[in-house]
Design a protein around this ligand. Structure first.
Ligand code: HEM
Length: 239
């Protein structure tokens, strides 16, 4: 029997899922950093200026978006492939989940990777439609320090002033946290980067990373819903 090529082998898929997963985690860190500027109490001026800087990158932004899309699709396809390979190898699940010689690394996070991953897969196109594609009837724009730019902050305030949307985001961000908790540790494990000594450190680091990301993201819809400005009067007051 001929050997499958690297990309189609289980180990190849695991390596691609791990590398693309790490790239997506870096994106999430940068995205959260930018989004946290929404908390600056200046009616979104800092956040809009940050978004405008990104939009001004022009072709470079499209290269970054293309790279992100490749990593995202690569991650989804290879991660599902790994899960199917595991299912084919062991059609009946384990009766007892325990690790040899140590506490089990099987948690709700690890067992639900497919379901949390699929929810994030559905979330991302909805999210891009909500904040990037759907400009609103008035194509919200603003002039800040003499520069005209997209009023991304107003779009976010409009979106999260709807409690259903805000709480749906909170739920998805919590699930993202569960996905990252296992994903972080598992990515480095798949790359063979974890010696038995540093595996527990990576496991704890994954837990801290997941908590920081989930809490960082989910405070944004809650803050805007309960403490943010009224979208109807936000810009009226400034004129
Ligand atoms: C409360 C949580 C989040 C908020 C408030 C938020 C906010 C935003 C906003 C305002 C934009 C449009 C930016 C612009 O027009 O410049 C955006 C774009 C985007 N977000 Fe989020 N985001 C959140 C969570 C996430 C998460 C968890 C992911 C990934 C899993 C994500 C992935 C993306 C992507 C891929 C884009 C498109 C980037 C582009 O078009 O260049 N976001 N987000």
């Amino acid at each position: 029997m001929s050997k499958p090529c690297f990309v189609k082998s289980t180990i190849g898929r695991k390596v691609i899922a791990a590398i693309s997963g790490i790239a997506l985690m870096l994106f999430i860190v940068v995205h959260l950093g930018g989004n946290l500027t929404m908390l600056v109490p200046d009616n979104g001026a800092t956040f809009n200026a940050y978004a405008h800087k990104l939009h001004s990158l022009g072709p470079l932004l499209w290269v970054a978006r293309a790279g992100l899309l490749i990593f995202f699709l690569g991650h989804v396809i290879t991660a599902i492939g790994v899960r199917l390979d595991e299912k084919r190898a062991r059609p009946v699940g384990y009766a007892i989940t325990a690790s040899k010689g140590g506490p089990s690394k099987q948690t709700w996070s690890s067992r639900s990777m497919l379901i949390t991953g699929l929810i994030i897969l559905l979330f991302v196109p909805f999210h891009i439609w909500m904040f990037t594609l759907n400009q609103g009837a008035d194509h919200a724009r603003i002039v800040q320090h003499g520069v005209e730019m997209k009023d991304v902050y107003l779009s976010v305030v409009r979106g999260f002033s709807n409690p259903v949307k805000a709480w749906a985001y909170v739920a998805v961000m919590a699930l993202l946290g569960f996905h990252l908790r296992h994903g972080f540790w598992s990515a480095f494990q798949s790359l063979g980067a974890l010696s038995p000594k540093c595996a527990p450190v990576a496991y704890t680091a994954g837990l801290i990373f997941a908590l920081l990301m989930a809490v960082g993201f989910l405070i944004l819809p809650l803050y805007i819903l309960y403490f943010g400005p009224d979208p109807e009067t936000l810009r009226v007051a400034m004129n």
